[in-house]
Design a protein around this ligand. Structure first.
Ligand code: ADP
Length: 424
């Protein structure tokens, strides 16, 4: 069976978010880091190619997205999805509009939608205006975002500035009448010369109806919420099994380790909880800066302990300690030193027999994934909201590793202790 849904995400964590949604909706999903060289993995219903195209120049974002589309078409995908942030993060020059139009052109389609709504996370759309919680986007914290400040909540206007085609609106009066009414409105907008339509949504039921109305649309664009409604279309057509387990991972045994480079409050509590019952090794950035071989010391230390129980290697520190180190070494230098050390330790641990690993910290995860030569992740069972177990994919015959990448503020206090039980 070929891949059904091909997704292009404009950043890595956005890709993970979407992949997790699709798994929950019953599609076996892998997330690939950039456009791969080889063919898609077997037994996959949806592929998410994660790019880093949110804030790069629009031309680069378009080129990268078209390369991803080419690969997804070769993989046999029947429908394509362009995923961006639920706060429609974009610069005045794009990149959402230019990428959407380039994908439309490549697919030979003259109509698509834009719907970043994600009601469960407080992102709703009414009369084309995006709300974040109780306030319009332009009054939310997004107005001060360092890279993509959003100062207009009206997405019809925002998107129109980014595209050549005319942008219309499917407003709530239509959406609330269900998928047939939405479909009829799509046709009317298309006949009136619109190429894109912003679609209002206030609830998950709205997302379901919009998803059903998009069943025949070659390209859908939105946040991760709207993807909830798409798997059902494939199921209705008999293309997707209704009883399939979508989050099964290959069996992975091996030793267990946690590598933490996050200093976020949730991670600090998780480190404390694990330190109370498991061996732990603290990485001191100042020793790294002095050129001491802290990596070798950590790996030697782990070798004597890891056979019996999971070990923790962490640079996690309280805000005052981090500030002191940053004042001494510089923010960037300190960050790079720690990331490189933790990534090298992670690789050493895998070589020493670790088969199940948790990494805490967004940047830290990026460094570890790179050091391990991971090209993709098969998404497995969720440990806590937003953090699934995954199984690594590699371009060579490296054995898959069970890997959980936890962003700083995610997870309960006992995350590092309880996560292992979800792997069975
Ligand atoms: P989060 O997801 O919590 O933001 P990240 O891994 O993205 O975590 O970012 C944490 C950053 O802090 C990384 O660059 C990491 O190398 C750095 N760091 C970790 N521990 C320390 C420390 N003790 N002193 C200074 N910087 C640190």
């Amino acid at each position: 069976m070929t891949v059904l849904l091909g997704c292009i995400a404009d950043d890595f964590t956005g890709g993970t978010d979407l992949a997790g949604m699709l798994v929950k909706a019953g599609m076996r999903t892998v997330q690939l880091i950039g456009v791969p060289d080889g063919p898609p993995p077997a037994d996959v219903d949806a592929v998410v190619i994660a790019l880093k195209s949110r804030t790069c120049p629009a031309g680069d974002a378009v080129a990268a997205s078209l390369a991803a589309l080419r690969w997804l078409r070769e993989a046999g995908c029947r429908q394509f999805y362009f995923k961006y942030c639920s706060t429609f993060d974009s610069t005045p020059r794009g990149n959402i509009g230019p990428v959407a139009e380039a994908l439309m052109q490549a697919l030979g389609t003259d109509f698509t939608i834009a719907c970043p709504a994600f009601p469960a996370n407080g992102r709703t759309l009414y009369k084309g205006c995006l709300f974040v919680g109780d306030v319009p986007l332009s009054e939310s914290g997004m107005r001060n975002h360092p890279l993509t400040p959003m100062t207009d909540a009206n997405l019809v206007r925002v998107l129109q500035e980014q595209v050549e085609r005319k942008v219309g609106l499917v407003d709530y009066a239509t959406v609330s009448q269900g998928d047939a009414a939405i479909r009829a409105r799509f046709s009317a907008l298309r006949e009136q010369g619109n190429g894109l339509a912003v679609v209002d949504a206030l609830s998950n039921a709205d997302l379901d109806a919009i998803g059903a109305a998009c069943a025949d649309m070659p390209l859908v664009t939105g946040g991760s919420g709207i993807a909830l409604g798409l798997p059902r279309n494939f199921r209705r057509r008999g293309l997707l099994a209704s009883n399939a387990v979508a989050d099964a991972l290959p069996q992975t045994g091996g030793l267990r380790a946690v590598v933490s480079g996050s200093c976020s409050p949730a991670t600090q509590r998780q480190v404390e909880a694990m330190r109370a019952s498991c061996p732990s090794f603290c990485i001191d950035p100042v020793r790294l800066a002095r050129g001491e071989d802290v990596v070798a010391a950590a790996l030697d230390w782990a070798a004597g302990r890891i056979a019996r129980q999971p070990v923790l290697v962490y640079a996690t520190a309280a805000p005052e300690a981090v500030r002191q180190v940053q004042a001494e070494l510089g923010v960037e230098h300190a960050g790079n030193l720690v990331e490189t050390a933790l990534a090298t330790i992670a690789l050493g641990l895998v070589r020493a027999g670790v088969g199940r690993m948790i990494v805490a910290g967004g940047e830290t995860s990026g460094a570890v994934v790179k050091a391990l030569g991971v090209t993709g992740l098969r998404i497995g069972p969720e440990i806590d909201p937003g953090v699934p177990w995954t199984s690594t994919l590699h371009d060579d015959d490296t054995r898959p590793l069970a890997l959980a990448l936890k962003s700083g503020n995610f997870g309960s206090d006992d995350f590092f202790l309880k996560a292992w039980d979800k792997l069975q």
